[in-house]
Design a protein around this ligand. Structure first.
Ligand code: NAD
Ligand code: DAU
Length: 382
């Protein structure tokens, strides 16, 4: 049995990774460490938690005692750190929380892993490590800053973060590099572009737009909608992490991206069209469409052609310091590890929208807490 510590495993990508690993390998035991912020949900893991190969620990990655206890309870050989505050808009409101979780939490995990994996010293005084251990930091393309109309981020692009979120992720990357250089700790960093897919919290663009369309609400597009993101289906990201963890060269950074650039406004229009088409083709999805009663008409599945269209789009005040364009060059991971994205965007977006149509209970569950308050604060006055 191989023991993995997967932090942030109740969030979007972390939970997809837990599901992927338990399905792909028989001889794995995953210990999930997550403190269940608004973005973490145990309902996401309800099937996995019945599996004896999966253990859930509710706790903070910044808490040294909790992490130490996990290492003394299980022979952890891999750490994959997904845990983070991940939303740029929230980082603009509360930067300190991002620095706390994303930087200090990362350093705490590195420290406890290093102590538990050290077996002695080599002839130069560096720590020697147990065979086969690895710490993988899940990072983001946002550490490279913002691109103009041309060019791509490669692993050697200078770090140039511009938001509190990306600055905190960059700080985390740098402390991972410091542990690699100073203590020769076996690490990798992956830097991925925007993910989409099941279990994506509806504060991020694609799931928020799907939710609002079904409710007949306005679709808030920041600025002029021309900002570009490079979208990757979440399962393709999980496959890349698995490869880097087991076959990546120690100490290396790998960029992960799908060569799938889209302007936000294209994403919004395509999502409207796809939701409308799926609702018309599949009567069983009608219950997902709650519409909204306004003064003049009721928005129902019977009259979706009248209201489920571009008239829902509303341009709102731009995000402060909004990065214009992200685009990853994944040549290194493709060449060294034979990774390439398998899900075409046209298929992935339909799969994703179907998932949301079929999993409204999950959406209702994760948005039942503070979500309404957050939504009012974010979009109420825009
Ligand atoms: P998410 O916000 O959906 O999930 C984050 C998870 O971390 C949640 O379950 C939350 O409860 C947990 N968490 C937060 N603070 C914690 C703490 N102090 N201790 C323990 N757990 C804590 O995020 P996501 O979109 O799944 O992103 C996962 C990772 O991937 C993040 O590190 C993010 O920076 C990175 N990333 C995300 C994307 C993307 O498009 N979503 C792209 C590239 C990289
Ligand atoms: O690039 C990787 C990053 O992608 C990850 O590191 C982050 O954790 C993840 O949240 C994501 O960041 P973005 O800021 O790109 O994602 P978000 O879904 O918040 O926004 C995508 C784009 O859509 C961005 O240009 C802002 C815009 N947007 C977003 C929301 C929520 C809107 O126009 N309207 C909205 O309501």
């Amino acid at each position: 049995m191989k023991y993995y510590l997967i932090t942030g495993g109740a969030g979007f990508i972390g939970s997809n990774f837990v599901k992927f690993m338990l399905k792909k390998y028989q001889d794995v035991h995953v210990v999930i460490l997550d403190n269940l912020t608004y973005a973490g949900n145990l309902g996401t893991l309800k099937n996995e938690l019945k599996d004896p190969r999966c253990t859930f620990v509710k706790g903070d990655i910044c808490d040294q005692e909790v992490v130490k206890k996990i290492f003394s309870g299980y022979p952890i050989r891999y750490v994959v750190n997904f845990a983070a505050e991940s939303h740029v808009d929230r980082s603009i409101e509360n930067p300190q929380l991002f620095l706390q979780t994303n930087i200090l939490g990362t350093q705490n995990l590195l420290d406890v892993a290093k102590k538990n994996w050290t077996t002695g010293k080599d002839e130069k005084g560096y720590p020697a490590y147990l065979d086969g251990v690895k710490y993988l930091q899940v990072s983001t393309d946002e550490v490279y800053g913002s691109l103009g109309e041309t060019g791509y981020f490669t692993e050697t692009t200078p770090l140039d973060p511009r938001s509190p979120y990306s600055a905190s992720k960059t700080g985390a990357d740098l402390i991972v590099v410091a542990y690699s250089e100073t203590y020769k700790m076996p690490v990798n960093i992956t830097r991925c572009s925007n993910n989409y897919g099941p279990y994506h919290f509806p504060e991020k663009l694609i799931p928020l737009i799907i939710k609002n369309i079904l409710e007949g609400k306005k679709l808030p597009v920041y600025g002029d909608g021309t900002n570009v993101r490079d979208w990757l289906y979440v399962e393709d990201h999980c496959k890349a992490i698995d490869l880097v963890l087991h076959k990546g060269r120690t100490g290396e950074v790998y960029n992960v991206g799908g060569h799938n650039e889209k302007q936000n406004i294209q994403i919004v229009r395509l999502t409207i069209e796809t939701v409308r088409r799926l609702l018309k083709e599949n009567p069983e999805y009608r219950s997902a469409c709650r519409g909204e009663v306004n003064s003049s008409e009721k928005k129902t599945p019977d009259n979706i052609d009248d209201w489920m269209n571009d008239s829902l789009i509303t341009y709102v005040t731009d995000r402060l310091g909004h990065d214009q364009r992200y685009a990853i060059d994944p040549a290194k991971i493709t060449k060294e590890l034979a990774w390439s994205p398998e899900t075409k965007f046209e298929d992935g977006i339909v799969k994703t929208i179907r998932w949301y149509l079929e999993n409204q209970d999950w959406v209702n569950e994760v948005t039942s807490g503070d979500y309404q308050k957050y939504y009012e604060e974010m979009y109420g006055s825009r």
